[in-house]
Design a protein around this ligand. Structure first.
Ligand SMILES: NC(=O)c1ccc[n+]([C@@H]2O[C@H](COP(=O)([O-])OP(=O)(O)OC[C@H]3O[C@@H](n4cnc5c(N)ncnc54)[C@H](O)[C@@H]3O)[C@@H](O)[C@H]2O)c1
Length: 331
């Protein structure tokens, strides 16, 4: 399956195909220096499959986890590029989840004011969400994604077979981002996930349909002025839960709980059903008073108000501007 993304700054293809990892030379010019950025959980066989197709491969392995999305690794990888005389015509390939993609993308955006960047996501979250849209970033001074750039990849290559080595917990957490998009935009996708009897079999379609949504949002609002905020459904309270209980819940697990707050009764029941079906953690009992301070620091909050996404029926959302003190009614 192929998709073309057309933003104001770049047009690029997304390819979704099982086994495509061994054929990426059909899609990327590998007859130059290629830096593969990956992490220490990614099976060596995936790295070798790519390396073996490159004329002049370089590999930089970071330690897995959010803590690696930092300025130290950003600097170390830039140094590695300089020391190995990478030029503007060489390229960076991210092979990993959202952490590797965000970090490697920001390196590519910065080195010589931008060298070609390819994203090969290996988590479900990265496949359906973070690999497209061009948001690249590192965490800095204790704040997530505070330093970064909008920098579109030159291509995104998705091999769903790479999910075979990913822990089920990570797959289910990534699935939440697809559920989020389906609840806001796509009834059919929602029921594919809701009624799925074999998730692995349905994954290709789930990835494709989620990317159709993400593409339409990103094409209409590349720099998150308005429409792209719809992708924040579940994230306002999700971020609070993620931070308050860190490191207990994965991002997607917290977002699943966060969606419960800004949903009608019908939607809430459906989310609770999915939480059980996909073995997501039981929702925490978060009180408004425990959330308020963190809500005030939400990046979507300004002048004591915050934009929230509310879902009343499957496939439709509303954007509401609320005073932070009025959020109490959702708890
Ligand atoms: N740029 C964007 O638009 C955007 C959107 C959403 C999230 N994000 C970012 O994405 C990050 C989270 O991404 P994530 O959930 O992919 O986390 P991650 O990159 O930390 O990957 C999760 C875990 O899975 C391991 N892993 C990855 N692929 C594997 C595979 N195929 N087999 C075995 N293990 C594998 C990783 O080593 C890691 O331990 C956050 O930093 C978040 O800010 C960015």
């Amino acid at each position: 399956m192929n998709l073309c993304v057309s933003t104001q700054t770049k047009k690029y293809n997304i390819t979704i195909e099982r086994g495509i990892l061994s054929k990426i030379s059909d899609l990327i010019n590998l007859k130059r220096k290629c830096l593969i950025v990956t992490d220490d959980n990614i099976p060596t066989s995936y790295i070798d499959t790519i390396k073996n197709q490159c004329d002049n491969p370089y590999v930089y392995v970071i330690k897995h986890g959010e803590n690696s999305k930092n300025i130290k690794y950003f600097e170390k990888i830039l140094k590695y590029l300089v020391e190995n005389n990478f030029t503007r015509t060489d390229c960076v390939i991210a092979l990993g989840g959202g952490v590797v993609g965000d970090l490697a993308g920001f390196v590519a955006a910065s080195y010589m004011r931008g060298i070609e960047f390819y994203n090969i996501p290996t988590t479900l979250l990265a496949m359906v969400d973070s690999s497209i849209g061009g948001k690249t970033a590192i965490d800095f001074n204790g704040i997530k994604n505070i330093v970064g750039a909008f920098y579109q990849p030159s291509a995104v290559i998705i091999d769903p077979n790479t999910l075979n080595s990913l822990k089920k917990r990570q797959i289910h957490a990534g699935l939440v981002e697809a559920i989020k998009m389906a609840l806001c935009f796509d009834k059919d996708l929602f029921y594919t996930i809701y009624e799925s009897k074999d998730l692995n079999k349905d994954l290709d379609e789930i990835i494709y349909r989620s990317l159709l949504i993400k593409r339409s949002v990103v094409e209409a609002d590349e720099k998150e002025n308005n429409l792209r905020k719809s992708l924040n459904f579940g994230h306002t309270i999700g971020h609070v839960i993620e931070a308050k209980y860190a490191p207990k819940y994965l991002h997607g697990e917290a977002v699943a709980m966060g969606m419960l707050y800004f949903s009608s009764k019908e939607i809430k029941d459906k989310i609770l059903y999915l939480i059980k079906k996909y073995h997501l953690p039981s929702p925490v009992d978060l009180k408004y008073d425990d959330a308020i301070e963190l809500l005030k620091h939400d990046k979507k909050a300004s002048n004591d108000s915050i934009s929230i996404i509310y879902v009343n029926e499957v496939g439709k959302y509303e954007m509401r501007k609320e005073k932070i003190e009025d959020l109490v009614k959702y708890f």
